[in-house]
Structure formats: structure tokens, C-alpha cells
Design a protein. Sequence first.
Length: 164
Amino acid sequence: MALELRETDVTRAADVVFPVAPVTDKSGMFVTWEGRPRPFPAVFDDPRSLPDLRVLSGIAEELALLGQGSPLGFRTVAQARAEMEDLGPWDGERAPTVEASATTHADSDGGLRLATWKQMIDHGSMQDGDPAMRATARRPVARVSPRTYATLHESVRGRRRPGR
């Protein structure tokens, strides 16, 4: 099942796709990594747009009628926000912090290891039609040692020179 605005890799793999409202047509709330709520209002009011919450609430209600699960208990963002505020911030135990340090590994097979991070601007469908924003994305970079670089295929080596 997928909730999407348009065809994506996810919708092509899904058995069922529910069209949902674009971000501009729905209000909601993000919770920052510090646990602070950041509500945002809908910019436009299009009665034909169904927000994700309404779709998920409808699915839960239908499943409850079939004896599978129970309704969410809310159908609007205001009701969901009130429920979140009633629950309040997490005051239980936090997961312990795991200490990690950089390590080196000797590759017995001569292979490479990949360390990466999520690119904040990628080829996501919400950037369709906005080449200026997409152009601000960081370019992926691979850093390898001079010895590893010397072993790479010429088609890879020809793209950039070492140290650049």
C-alpha cells in the first residue's frame, strides 16, 4: 500500500495506491529531534484533497468493521494534535547511548567499504519540475586512497583526478 501524489518507484511496487493531498493542502505537525512540536497550517483549502491522516483513519475504520483492529479515534489533524498533546512528551527511559569510534578494516578481498549519509536533496518526486532546487543538492563524492585509485577501472579513474 502506498500514499502518494504521483507515480514513483513505491507506487509501481504497491498493490494499492491511495492518492493523497500535497503538503500545501494539509496541515500537520513535525516533532524536532529535540522533541519540540512544530505545527504547520494548510496553505490551500481544496476539499477534493484527502490528507494522509484521513485516508489512514478511513482504512482503520473499515478494518474495525471487519473485526480487524480498531479505529484510530481521530479523523482530523486538530484531533490528532490534541491526542498528541494529551500524551505529552516522552518522559520514560531513553535508549542508552552507544559509544562508537572510527575503525580501520583490512580488506582481505581487496573490496571497498561504503560510508554514506542521506542526501537531503535527491531525486525525490517532490522536486519534480524544480530544477533550481534540485541543482542545490550536494554531489556524491567517493574518496579512496591513491593505492585503491590506481586499481580502479579506467572508466572510473577518468572522471576525476586524485586529490580533487
